[in-house]
Design a protein around this ligand. Sequence first.
Ligand code: FE
Length: 205
Amino acid sequence: MTTRRALLLQAALFSGLPAVTALTALAQTRRGNPQPPTPACVDENGGNHASGLTPEQTEGPYFKLSSPQRASLLEPGMAGTRLRLGGLVTDRNCRPLANVLIDLWQADAGGAYDNSGFRLRGHQFTDAEGRWRAETIVPGVYPGRTRHLHVKLQPPRGDILTTQLYFPGEPGNTRDPIFDKRLLMTVAGDEAAQIARFDFVLDLG
Ligand code: FE
């Protein structure tokens, strides 16, 4: 993928990231309803940004404690389609949550997890505006499951959310009994590189 194309994809997926909160506050002021119980977050394109709490899912058999702190899970020579991930973590009221620990783990391009080391495992913290970003590869599929990423989010105060993220258009999505379309990422790109976005909403606030 050309640099220009990658930048355009990134702009399309990440536009409005810092503006979400301000726009939401503005929209609420205009409606004269400063604190609705379950507000929709509105991005700068007028789209729904976060319409509900992020559902929980099983952690599965391959979680490991004490992953290294790193935003890039890429290692030299790693096979697979490059994948850049990112999005926001907010509370129920669309307020960005800073310092949320995000722990990612996933299968390699062949569908295997590293259970002896920490390959394709890592954690990071959201920044002051609730943003997270990561660099990795598109995970391979393994028997019984559609393509997915595993994630745990631990806010400074509050419960851990364990869940999984999915890829749109995967043939396995309809066959996987735990697939949940509310956990679909927005994905753009091709076989060389992909960019994906997911905004988490935690039951806080
Ligand atoms: Fe898995």
